[in-house]
Ligand binder design. Sequence first.
Ligand code: NAD
Length: 349
Amino acid sequence: PENTSETPDEARTRHEELSRDLDDHSYRYYLGNPIVSDAEYDALMGELRAIEERYPQLISQDSPTQKVGAPISVDFAAVEHLVRMESLGNAFDFDELNAWADRASAEVPVDAYLCELKIDGLAVDLVYEKGRLVRAATRGDGRVGEDITLNIRTIDVVPERLDESVRPAPELLEVRGEVFLPVEAFEALNRRITETGEHTPFANPRNAAAGSLRQKDPRVTATRPLSMIVHGVGAYVPAGGGENGRPGSEDVAFTSQSQAYALLGEWGLPLSDRYRVVSSMDEVRAYVSHYQEHRHEPDYEIDGIVIKVDAFSLQRRLGSTSRAPRWAIAYKYPPEEVTTRLVDIKVGV
Ligand code: NAD
């Protein structure tokens, strides 16, 4: 909220207070134990951003507006990502969405947007070497995540080996995606937890997924029917690459988000069948409106829509800020009554 009568000292004090609170909320959130709703968190972040717009000298590298995620916990080994994992910028209405599209189009000739559901789960990173899953990690602070390889191996849809029936697996493939608990599985889990008195029920599927994935004992994770959908690529070295005399003709380059998805699908990675490639912002807005009305059609919770410039060459040209790509944006749906109410319940991990 605008408060132009504040003194610079007041702004600094409020900035410190908000930064501390936001860091604390992030830490709890990534453990699966938030104490405020996402909308409340977003409102505090909005207030912090507004202060930084009035007092740019308060922006430091350490500000919550400039960082991704939260520091990792000591319960897991640290893993450095091959390519940094980012967050996403937000739009809360069509004006903000259009402003993002205008900024992108002013810089590069955007001819196609990929629209997909913003799954309310946890970001994870999978590394395949010569087609074998060798490591899985949480996003962490974007640079370093937590090693959750054994837990990820319990997820049925995550292939241990890439399918090579259509084309050879790449030398190296780092993919990003969302781990989530389908709504029905979440409800069944909470019924079971309540019956057995294991611990307090989870407030929502996201917290349940975060709590389940970050178990120290992967046998516990194995009892939670987690799922995953892939939505990005990090490091990539194509097959062949001259090694072991393999012919380079098997090489395949990624040219766009949608073409990458087609290849990832051939390798047996779990993809959504709800993404669409469109050529105009009218169609983007129609997609956003459609799922705002049919938000509960998917069997998992979504908190918005992600819109990406499809061509990788344009993504590279648009680049990133310190925490988010300029070539993508998250359109956030308004919070739902039921979620904000449930967040008030004390939750367990
Ligand atoms: P974000 O959730 O707004 O967006 C980035 C994330 O979206 C990515 O990391 C990715 O995992 C995910 N995502 C889902 N579907 C995707 C798709 N199709 N393509 C690409 N990415 C997709 O940003 P964030 O940095 O992860 O978290 C910030 C948000 O988390 C806040 O806006 C707030 O809603 C919530 N949060 C809540 C609390 C709390 O205490 N309630 C604390 C911290 C953060």
